[in-house]
Design a protein around this ligand. Structure first.
Ligand code: ATR
Length: 280
């Protein structure tokens, strides 16, 4: 019997990290593609990030994902940072090069768009105005991906207006800010509405958004995935809108990382989705 010359390794660095669903996801794909290896949780505190990242090549890791609190700090450590991660202002993936160098990227925007296309294959960012709620880290990935997909009008609204104004200045182009008090009106004529705030997440209050003016044809997307159906998505579904929950973004962002590390672009199968849903 022949043996591969090394055991494939990748993981997710974070603190806390044991709640991460990424090991289940990547280990499913490793098994499905008959690859001998493992994807492991790496419990690394902030103070240990640089040493841990620099240890990856020596240990034979193909790379790793990054989660809280490392997504920004890692940008200062890696040898190469791709333009998408720079614009998002955060990294969620490290790839170890053949020469042992570390490259950083961010696949959240890719994951977001792929999750929308999974629900609506003919989706286009320029189909009409897109209303985005929130201006935090998650909003940055969503906004960059919408702009790159050719969105023509993005109505951005955030409780703290200054954060939305800063993003509009930084990204420019199609972003127009709307006062938080006027958010309900910002749904008029929209083709899509996206919640990137933490509202509606388990343990948080519901997002306070009146859907009356939202066209029934509009797509309603929530990046929250615990619960899978937030009060926003439930209300939207009941009035006939197509809805997309946040789980798809988590599943799809993992695909290009797996491809970069192990050479195979994996698929989000219904079996995989069910397996991860069962952990929520
Ligand atoms: P993340 O990186 O996950 O996006 P974040 O940077 O803390 O996290 O951003 C959280 C988002 O949820 C922000 O847009 C935040 O609004 P503020 O910028 O005003 O803080 C939004 N958010 C949090 N609590 C909120 C609340 N009670 N009502 C409305 N928006 C809220």
């Amino acid at each position: 019997m022949s043996h591969p010359d090394h055991y494939l390794l990748a993981g997710v660095m974070g603190w806390p990290v044991m709640h991460s669903r990424s090991p289940k996801l990547h280990n499913y794909w490793l098994a499905r593609h008959g690859l001998i290896g493992a994807y492991v949780p790496l419990a690394i505190k902030e103070s240990g990030l640089e040493k841990a990242l620099r240890a990856l090549p020596a240990l034979g890791f193909a790379g790793c994902n990054l989660t809280i609190p490392h997504k920004e700090q890692a940008m200062k450590i890696v040898d190469h940072l791709d333009p998408v991660a720079k614009r998002i202002g955060a990294m969620n993936c490290v790839i170890v090069g053949a020469d042992g160098s570390l490259s950083g990227t961010n696949n959240d925007g890719f994951g977001y768009i792929a999750s929308i296309r999974e629900a609506k294959p003919d989706w286009r960012a320029d189909a009409g105005p897109v209303t985005v709620l929130g201006a935090g880290g998650a909003a940055r990935a969503v906004l960059v991906s919408l702009i790159d997909e050719g969105a023509k009008e993005i109505r951005l609204t955030n409780r703290t207006a200054a954060r939305a104004d800063d993003l509009a200045k930084e990204f420019g182009g199609p972003i127009k800010t709307v006062a938080w008090n006027d958010r309900h009106d910002a749904l008029q004529g929209a083709a899509m509405v996206i919640n990137t705030t933490s509202q509606g997440m388990v343990g948080q209050p519901d997002l306070d958004l009146k859907l009356d003016l939202l066209p029934q044809a509009a797509l309603v997307s929530d990046i929250v995935y615990i619960p899978l159906e937030t009060p926003l998505l439930s209300a939207a579904r009941q009035r006939g809108n197509t809805t997309v929950n946040g789980l798809g973004m988590l599943l799809h962002q993992a695909r290009p990382a797996f491809k970069a590390w192990f050479g195979v672009m994996p698929e989000v199968t219904s079996e995989l989705r069910k397996m991860i849903e069962a952990t929520i």
